[in-house]
Design a protein around this ligand. Sequence first.
Ligand code: FMN
Length: 296
Amino acid sequence: CSPMGKAGLLRHYKEDWPFVEVKTGSELSTGRYNLAFLETPMLHWPDSLMTYLKEEQILFSSDGFGAHMASSEHFDDRLPAFPLPYARQLKKYYANILMPFGALITQLFAKIAQLGLTFKIIAPDHGLIYRRNIDWVLAAYQKWAAGIPEPKALVIYDTMWHSTELLAHEFLQGLTDAGVEAQLHHLRRTHPSDIITEVLDAGLLLFGSPTLNNQMFPTMGEFLTYLKGLAPKNKAAAAFGSFGWSGQAVGLITKELEAMKLKVVHEGFKVKYIPEAGELAAARALGEKLARENLK
Ligand SMILES: Cc1cc2nc3c(=O)[nH]c(=O)nc-3n(C[C@H](O)[C@H](O)[C@H](O)COP(=O)(O)O)c2cc1C
């Protein structure tokens, strides 16, 4: 294991087993096979380590290239549904586990190129073992790690009595008017991990919340806390919402977006109580404008 792995195992099991510590460049012979090691700290734990079985060109990739999907089949070429439903799982895993570490993944690819490693099998800790779709999974990771967004926008919102929802639908319509891919996500109808999967390659995020007791709606607070930890990059963002008298939600969301270093592209769109026709039209026009200005 890696030196950090040894420290972790000692902490958990309090047993001084005969550990063999390895680092990047270390090699170990089992007699018939030779193993080479590649430390990959923070992908996605500090002790992470990949192992390369030279003779068979197998990469045991730890948490890299994994997915949270169990199957009675172990190999990608044995699963009839591959790759479409699996592609979704691969993306979901990357978005929810590895999104903060894109720069490290890009460095890992550089290291693999530098060492001249080629793979016949990639065997992650989670999900299927790749035998046929190796180039496909490597290309997907390279694209996500580069963090270049698609022309795609999300409207993520919650509502008590549908006023914020009316605005959300107008923003969605405006985004569609601009010809970009647009998705609507109600925070209590789509699981946060599924919304994050869509956030991964979106270039524009619009957040809608009513004001409740001088705050944003609690589900929005929860989602933004989760999103902040995943350190999203290269995204434009703005907030909107309905309020009754003090209307803090939009400002509080905007502060969170700034704290995440997202590109805030509007000061916030607020409507008192139920939006009127002119306000609905303004939301639609703003959605179209933001999409045209911020998505390519
Ligand atoms: C329990 C409760 C607390 C509220 N607190 C505030 C508040 O502190 N400030 C404010 O501006 N509006 C407050 N409102 C009013 C709502 O923000 C307003 O009705 C808004 O239009 C609701 O939007 P929605 O239909 O999207 O839920 C509150 C409403 C409720 C039910």
